[in-house]
Design a protein around this ligand. Structure first.
Ligand code: HEC
Ligand code: HEC
Ligand code: HEC
Ligand code: HEC
Ligand code: HEC
Length: 284
């Protein structure tokens, strides 16, 4: 008797689970969510989470021409959310500074990654980053390039395994080591800067002067700020280096450039990455 009752209970649970599974499956396939989602309200009519995850804007070619407003229609949180006031372990954000927040240019309260690059006064002054400056597509399923014949190919520089960006073609541009060896500096910048009047322009007023002519930087504002404070320059060229290596910058020809090509420069490009080049009319 007891065994029969137990099997009845198990059967009832199995039936309930099957029904719930079927209902969830049907819900996922159903293009009309029961309550209108913010997504549907803001742009694509009748889209559900699953369809939004595979929105064409996440992939080539649409991501190349996507505007920030199009991305933010669904992802406002990346700019709206701010950091916790106190970490779960009890550290107050306002009372802690990381090693990369010691440059004289660091200002304001702690901010999230996206806000630091897109919204803070320094970001707006020196840079002109867009969502698709860094985001060139990702893979919501395997989080890996080359996982199928139709996915982004393995050779891509759009994103790398388990990441949504390619750090070597984005972050490294502004967070690599300062290549002091090729500059002929006697010691790392913090130790040698006094010898050069604490200014990069002591040398760079005449060397590699064709710089920052790219869509995501404000070249004139950078020169003005760098003249006042070398930490502005150093910040993007070693002062916040997350990597042990330096970025292999393109080497643009400059006036009075020596005719001899140094060995280290033999494989360097002589132009910025094509997708960031300014239209000819905007170049100085
Ligand atoms: C129609 C709404 C919609 C639009 C437009 C949209 N996204 Fe998304 N995005 C989503 C959804 C939904 C996900 C999946 C979130 C999840 O499942 O955690 C997602 C995931 C992502 C992820 C990966 C998050 C992760 O944790 O894997 C990134 C990065 C991203 N979107 C960036 C962008 C960028 C950049 C744009 C503009 C080019 C954009 N999105 C446009 C809805 C959208
Ligand atoms: C400076 C480069 C950069 C820019 C500019 C940028 N992102 Fe991101 N974004 C990242 C990185 C790095 C991550 C974390 C990726 C990972 O975890 O693999 C990320 C993560 C995300 C995610 C996943 C959720 C999260 O918050 O971690 C979304 C969604 C996203 N970005 C949307 C956007 C949108 C929308 C814009 C434009 C308004 C934008 N991003 C601009 C680099 C950038
Ligand atoms: C075009 C230059 C540029 C690129 C590309 C760039 N960053 Fe930054 N990053 C900056 C600048 C400038 C700051 C300092 C902002 C400030 O102090 O207000 C910064 C600050 C940071 C910080 C510190 C934030 C804080 O609040 O202290 C982190 C972390 C960071 N970047 C990570 C990344 C990662 C990861 C990528 C690649 C996805 C990236 N950055 C790409 C210029 C860049
Ligand atoms: C002693 C003179 C000198 C000083 C001071 C100096 N540089 Fe340089 N820098 C050079 C020389 C020389 C080169 C290589 C020129 C060439 O391409 O042949 C160079 C190259 C560079 C490059 C390109 C690196 C590459 O891999 O192509 C960057 C970026 C750079 N300097 C930034 C800075 C910044 C930022 C500062 C200040 C924090 C600074 N430099 C201070 C002399 C100097
Ligand atoms: C916001 C970040 C940022 C700041 C601030 C910054 N740089 Fe750069 N710099 C870059 C990036 C990114 C590139 C590569 C651009 C490209 O691909 O053409 C670059 C390229 C260069 C180059 C190589 C030029 C060439 O031949 O193409 C030199 C030299 C240089 N910077 C020096 C400086 C000096 C000097 C300052 C201060 C006046 C400075 N940078 C400030 C991000 C920055």
């Amino acid at each position: 008797m007891r065994t029969t009752r137990t099997s009845m209970v198990i059967l009832a649970i199995a039936v309930a689970a099957t029904a719930a599974g079927a209902w969830i499956g049907w819900q996922m396939r159903d293009p009309q969510p029961a309550t209108p989602s913010p997504v549907a309200a803001s742009s694509g009519e009748g889209r559900d989470h699953w369809r939004a995850t595979y929105d064409p804007l996440h992939f080539k070619p649409a991501i190349d021409t996507a505007t920030d407003a199009q991305c933010l229609a669904c992802h406002r949180e990346v700019l709206d959310d701010t950091v916790r006031e106190t970490s779960p372990a009890g550290v107050r954000a306002a009372a802690s500074k990381a090693w990369y927040q010691q440059l004289s240019t660091y200002q304001g309260a702690q901010e999230t990654f996206h806000r630091r690059h897109l919204l803070t006064p320094m970001a707006r002054e020196l840079m002109n980053l867009r969502c698709n400056t860094c985001h060139q597509g990702h893979d919501p399923r395997e989080e890996a390039p080359g996982s199928s014949a139709t996915s982004t190919p393995q050779a891509t520089t759009d994103f790398t395994l388990r990441k949504q960006v390619d750090v070597e073609t984005t972050c490294l541009k502004c967070h690599g080591q300062m290549n002091t060896a090729i500059m002929g500096l006697p010691a790392p910048w913090p130790e040698s800067k006094a010898v050069f009047g604490d200014s990069c322009l002591t040398c760079h007023a005449a060397i590699r002067t064709r710089r920052h002519q790219v869509t995501y930087l404000n070249a004139a504002a950078i020169e003005a700020a760098g003249q006042q404070n070398a930490d502005t320059c150093y910040g993007c060229h070693g002062g916040r280096a997350w990597y042990g290596m330096s970025y292999p910058y393109p080497r643009h020809a400059w006036a009075d450039m020596p005719a001899d090509l140094p060995d280290w420069a033999k494989n360097r490009p002589t132009q910025s990455e094509a997708r960031f080049q300014l239209p000819a009319s905007a170049r100085p």
